[in-house]
Design a protein around this ligand. Structure first.
Ligand code: SF4
Ligand code: SF4
Length: 233
């Protein structure tokens, strides 16, 4: 599945967690083929960690084998997407099915739902809001269920706090990138971002704790003085 749905539906009506819809994935793999360059599956730290764990590979090995590094545009951060094959199919698609089904990226696991993280101005808390994607997926004929039941079944909400932390980490690093004055500073920050967001992660250690530690580390740094490589190890 590509992340094209996210982009197409930003103006979409949101649904409550009590809303009902019909869906049951047949694992036909249709949404994992013909992925356009602009629709590649963008991976968060949590996705990288989950997939490395599911495939029992260390994170740097997983990244080298399955990910492409792409420029982060406005954020200026290193971003990772899943590789695809010459025919446009996702590298994880094997024998017509997702080979990392149990640990697949959350954007794939959530299909046919999409979600956006908002700041609730009343509570001042970040919260996810959900919408239904419109696509040709044949799973739309499946069983009727509420949004909450679907979320409970795929159990992605256990990662929500980690995702909020990942976004905060990205926000701090992106701000530092924008404020960096020299090319050398930016280059060093780019490498540090790659390390803290992805390469430093240990698949055998709780992801929330690792992101919290990496966030605390970067918040304690004065980038103009450079990074102590030993602190990063
Ligand atoms: S990770 Fe799995 S579900 Fe997601 S696009 Fe690739 S093959 Fe499809
Ligand atoms: S049923 Fe839908 S979500 Fe499941 S693999 Fe097929 S196209 Fe993708």
């Amino acid at each position: 599945m590509s992340n094209k749905y996210k982009n197409k539906n930003l103006s979409q009506n949101f649904v409550s967690k009590l809303s009902k819809f019909r869906f049951e994935c047949t694992q036909c793999g249709q949404c994992c083929r013909n992925i356009k360059p602009e629709d590649k599956v963008l991976l968060t730290s949590i996705d990288i960690w989950r997939m490395a764990k599911a495939l029992d590979k260390d994170v740097p090995e997983f990244i080298g084998e399955y990910c492409d590094l792409v420029p982060g545009g406005e954020s200026m951060l290193p971003l990772l997407v899943l590789k695809d094959r010459m025919d446009g199919s996702c590298i994880m698609l094997k024998k017509g099915k997702c080979s990392v089904h149990e640990g697949k990226p959350l954007v794939c696991a959530l299909n046919p739902l999409g979600r956006i993280l908002f700041l609730n101005e009343v509570t001042n808390e970040q919260e996810f809001r959900y919408f239904l994607r419109e696509d040709d997926c044949i799973g739309g004929q499946g069983k009727e269920q509420s949004v909450q039941d679907f979320l409970d079944e795929i159990d992605v909400e256990q990662y929500d706090e980690s995702i909020k932390l990942y976004k905060r980490l990205g926000g701090v690093l992106s701000k530092m990138m924008h404020e960096a004055k020299t090319i050398e500073e930016k280059r060093e920050l780019f490498q540090t971002s790659f390390f803290l967001m992805y390469a430093k992660l240990n698949k055998d250690v709780d992801i929330y704790g690792q992101l919290a530690q990496n966030l605390a580390f970067i918040q304690s740094i004065d980038p103009s003085r450079g990074f102590d490589k030993e602190q990063l190890s």
